[in-house]
Design a protein around this ligand. Structure first.
Ligand code: APR
Length: 325
């Protein structure tokens, strides 16, 4: 059983969102209301995606679009998706680090990716579930597809947060701010002030070091700050906006350069890892990885972040191996 509505759009892009929680449903809303794609919302709780889909379908009477929205618990309804977004998992709770989520979410991610890719073997997978960089690696292994077709959403969100804090601090429009954040989506992320600009001017020319360090710290704690304010639940508006921008660049072959968790094969001196770096996002997934010229301290910070991700990947693999025996 599913809840659906017919579309008048031909040859529509189709995005399946696995996990119709806060991030998944908000992303679904953004995609249909921006008229970017038809959407399938799938969740392990069968009633939730069906109810959300019906609610979004009814909103069409006001929003005036003809996008199809399906709510389901059956992977057959995700068949032939162009893009699969994975948000399934447990969200971070107060006091819980992203790595605390590892055990629970590794099993969920491997399980849902296998089922989703079986229905859409040519799809691109966008991972959102935390801990992000580790889950992206596990998703790639589980999907068994070329690494350029798998990527993780974190850098766009972290850069959006950094950019917001820069705009607030300088009292300028966010329109002219471009921030850059490398590394894993966690405490060891690497915000890059030298590559963060206001109308092309590096913020290192606009703020003193202490101010920049304060904004960097707030960016690193961006997710935790919201968790502690909300008490129950975690951020979802900015994560959904970030995933939506990535989906749009991929589906419409916009070739935007966005920070994303992508597979590295020697770039930045790192191999066999998914970690946040600037990459070109288009219809084939990742068409190129951009290598920034890093200072020694920045390079060390990126490698420290990579080391932490590798440890978590090993821990997750050991756990999954243990579960399979
Ligand atoms: N299959 C399908 N859906 C699942 C499964 C599964 N095996 N396990 C859990 N889910 C669903 C839950 O039922 C829930 O609806 O995933 C959804 C997760 O939604 P929320 O708990 O609302 O979490 P959300 O805030 O959306 O965050 C999702 O994104 O940003 C990250 O850290 C965040 O990992 C978390 C993910």
């Amino acid at each position: 059983m599913m809840t659906t509505a017919t579309s008048h759009c031909s040859q529509s892009a189709r995005v399946s969102i696995i996990g119709a929680g806060n991030v998944g449903s908000t992303l679904g809303q953004r995609l249909v209301e921006k008229n970017l794609a038809d959407v399938v919302l799938l969740d392990i709780q069968p009633g939730r995606p069906k109810g959300l889909a019906l609610d979004l379908i009814e909103a069409r009477g006001v929003e005036r679009h003809d996008r199809t929205i399906i709510g389901t618990d059956d992977y057959a309804h995700t068949q032939n998706s162009d893009l699969i977004v994975i948000t399934a998992g447990i969200a971070r709770k107060p006091g819980m680090s992203r790595d605390d989520l590892l055990k629970i979410n590794a099993n969920i991610v491997v399980n849902v990716v296998k089922q989703a890719i079986a229905q859409s073997p040519n799809a691109i997978i966008l991972m959102v579930t935390n801990p992000l960089d580790v889950m992206t690696y596990l998703a790639w292994e589980a999907a068994d597809i070329p690494p350029r077709q798998v990527l993780g959403m974190a850098g766009v969100l972290d850069a959006a947060r950094f950019g917001t804090f820069i705009a607030l601090e300088l009292d300028v429009s966010i329109m002219d701010v471009n921030a850059m954040v490398l590394g894993g989506h966690g405490d060891l992320m690497v915000p890059l002030p030298r590559y963060s600009t206001v109308s092309g001017i590096p913020i290192t020319e606009l703020m003193d070091e202490l101010t920049i360090e304060r904004l960097v710290e707030r960016t690193r704690n961006g997710g935790a700050e919201i968790v502690s304010l909300m008490q129950a639940g975690s951020a979802y508006f900015a994560p959904a906006s970030s995933a939506c921008a990535m989906v749009e660049s991929i589906l419409y072959d916009r070739a935007r350069i966005l920070p994303a968790a992508v597979y590295l094969n020697g770039e930045y001196g790192l191999s066999d890892i998914f970690i946040g770096v600037p990459a070109c996002l288009g219809r084939s997934g990742i068409s190129q990885v951009l290598e920034l010229d890093l200072l020694e301290a920045e390079q060390i910070a990126l490698h420290n972040s990579a080391t932490a991700i590798r440890k978590s990947i090993e821990a997750a693999k050991a756990l999954l191996g243990g579960c399979q025996t």
